[in-house]
Design a protein around this ligand. Structure first.
Ligand code: ADP
Ligand code: MG
Length: 604
């Protein structure tokens, strides 16, 4: 490397003030990333204007046209030019940035959109007799002229990014952009259930197809939200959703969270709002996951729409230009509120399993039924395949006779009286108005887990010494990792010691589990340690390990049970929280009402 030549110096730079158009284009880079962000800004303006209905249309993925029409308060004719000026807003006076009650306040959206596209605003203010229109193309403003419009505002944005071809290149396919637009509209529609929304595609050839519609809801906030969630997320979400209504130190949490059995394969149905504003916030998403941690395997994701409200001073929304992220003054309170409110609601839901399961079962019986739905969990629940005559006979031959006392009390028992065990794993029970099919393995696994947790919380899990300690050979690394958590494991009733080299000696196992395969259990614990990594809290890790351990003491499918034993299992399920789903979020039982059964046979 040669030394810098002392004779060539950098020319002294000239500092210039950028012109407004350039400033706005730069600002647009932060606020307007893609058509969906323009749609978001325009809808938020309509909501801030008190609109009751908002109609959104677009063409070509929003790239050639976005139009948002509202019936809000409108903009006074003489203010139209100002609306296009940078940092001009009617929403704050600038004195208190911590007290924000509107979606907008930065006064950046309209000038930014006008700098990177062809923007026209037509508006008729409340009480005004005529409407007016202003146009701005790539930063050039055309004077205000009269126009025709009912009360409200129509903002039209054509040819987004025509002034910045480089950005145009970053846009995705029309389909991908439409998906992003739809997502934004749905999120805002969830935030504002009393407002009507339509989203229409007017691309050439698309001919006015309504992509999404949400009618204005009525009633109290919970009714309205429930109705809106049904429109946006579907009937199944609405039917499987638990209402959430909790408060902690001035923060409130409302909304709906779905039962664990209605879970998704990806985090696609998690909608979080802070003071009415849709946010994607790691803290809140993490709290949601933590709340369901016990009920879902790692590859399943909870579904919920939750609204956190607090004094605007306790949360800063001004940390991100598009305001998608927020910062809480007391993050611990927000997290604790979410975790405890959801856990509480899930516990109260007790053994209620997802209704999806029962309808999918019915669907499986009647494949030709048009509304038969596919069970959306990982493993389709279709315990009953059509049986041949011989198999049916054999099945009946195995039926245990339930005793009289059990039959008499059926009407008071939610899970009914056991009538039979089929395929060595499914308990059929008769309830007051239908029947219940229990997956004995899944149910038992959950019960063992809940028992282990209870012991853990009381005085630690009871251990049982092995008559002959078991020596397990592992790799050196694995042995070290286990020994590093030996104290935690001892608290779980699993005592291990080093046994020279990479071997481990197992002295005690959890008493509840009875006889277990110590080696298989150690390997499961290792898997669990791998999966969890170091990030999880000790408590979460212990619970995950317990849940694994519970599998080892469960009644495996394939075990014949007597009526008494089956009924004992049903009673324990009734008495145990969360017994409606196994540790992996699958249902432990399905209930068919008599009316469902009658429908199957065409009796109604
Ligand atoms: P902000 O929303 O941050 O105030 P904008 O650039 O989005 O900034 O809008 C500037 C101003 O224009 C708003 O403060 C509001 O007074 C007015 N405005 C924008 N859109 C509408 C609308 N749809 N209805 C009524 N007023 C609007
Ligand atoms: Mg705005």
């Amino acid at each position: 490397m040669s030394a810098p030549n002392p004779h060539i110096t950098k020319p002294v730079p000239v500092i210039r003030q950028l012109d407004t158009a350039a400033v706005n284009r730069i600002a647009a880079g932060e606020v307007v990333e893609r058509p969906a962000s323009a749609v978001k800004e325009l809808i938020e303006n309509s909501l801030d204007a008190g609109a009751h209905r908002i109609d959104i249309t677009y063409a070509d993925g929003g790239k050639t046209l976005i139009r948002v029409t509202d019936d809000g308060c409108g903009i006074a004719q003489e203010q139209l030019t100002l609306a296009l000026a940078r940092h001009a807003t009617s929403k704050i006076d600038g004195s208190d940035l911590l007290n924000i009650h509107s979606f907008g306040f930065r006064g950046e959206a309209l000038p930014s959109l006008g700098a990177v596209g062809r923007l026209s605003i037509t508006s008729r203010a409340e009480g005004a007799s005529t409407a007016a229109q202003i146009t701005v193309n790539g930063g050039d403003i055309t004077p205000v002229k009269p126009a025709a419009l009912g009360q409200g505002t129509m903002v039209e944005l054509r040819d987004l990014f025509y002034t910045t071809p480089a950005r145009l290149k970053f846009l995705r396919s029309d389909r991908a952009e439409v998906q992003a637009i739809t997502e934004i509209v749905k999120r805002l529609a969830m935030a504002e259930p009393f407002v009507a929304f339509t989203l229409t595609d007017i691309s050439k050839g698309g001919a006015g197809r309504v992509v999404f519609r949400a009618d204005a809801q009525t009633g109290d906030m919970f009714d309205a939200l429930h109705g809106r969630l049904r429109q946006v997320l579907g009937k199944e979400f609405a039917e499987n959703a638990l209402a959430i209504d909790a408060e902690r130190e001035g923060l409130t949490l409302t909304g709906y969270a779905a039962l664990p059995t209605y879970s998704r394969g990806a985090a696609v149905a998690q909608f979080l709002f802070v003071n009415g504003r849709p946010v994607r916030d790691k803290l809140l998403i993490g709290a949601l996951r933590a709340a369901y941690f016990d009920f879902l395997s790692r590859d399943r994701h909870p579904a919920a729409a939750l609204f956190l409200e607090c004094d605007p001073e306790r949360v800063d929304v001004n940390v991100h230009p598009a305001k998608a992220e927020v910062r809480f003054r007391e993050p611990g309170i927000a997290r604790g509120l979410i975790v405890s409110a959801l856990r509480h609601a899930l516990a109260e839901a007790g053994h209620r399993a997802s209704s999806t399961v029962a309808s999918a079962t019915l669907g499986a019986f009647q494949p030709e039924r048009p509304e038969a739905r596919v069970y959306q969990m990982d493993r389709p629940s279709q315990p009953y395949q059509p049986q041949g005559f011989a198999e049916t006979q054999a099945m009946f031959a195995r039926v245990e006779q339930p005793d009289e006392a059990v039959i008499q009390t059926t009407s008071e028992l939610p899970l009914g009286a056991a009538r039979a065990q089929v395929h060595e794993n499914y308990i059929i029970a008769q309830t007051a108005d239908g029947m219940v099919i229990v997956d004995q393995h899944a149910a038992h696994e959950r019960l063992v887990y809940e028992r282990l947790k209870k012991q853990m919380a009381e005085n630690g899990i009871k251990a049982q010494a092995l008559l002959i300690p078991e020596i397990v050979e592992l790799s050196t690394g694995d042995a070290e990792r286990l020994l590093a958590v030996a104290d935690d494991l001892a608290g779980l009733g699993l005592s291990i010691e080093p046994f020279g080299g990479s071997a481990i000696c197992v002295r005690e196992t959890p008493a509840i589990l009875g006889e277990v395969n110590a080696e298989a259990m150690l390997r499961d614990v290792l898997d669990e340690l791998d999966d969890l990594g170091e990030t999880q809290s000790v408590k979460d890790r212990i619970e995950a390990i317990l849940s694994r351990v519970a599998c080892h003491g469960s009644i495996r499918s394939g075990r014949r049970m007597q009526a008494e034993e089956m009924n004992a299992l049903l009673r324990e399920m009734e008495a145990t929280p969360h017994s409606g789903q196994c540790n992996h979020g699958r249902p432990t039982y399905v209930e068919l009402k008599l009316s469902d059964i009658e429908r199957l046979f065409g009796r109604t």
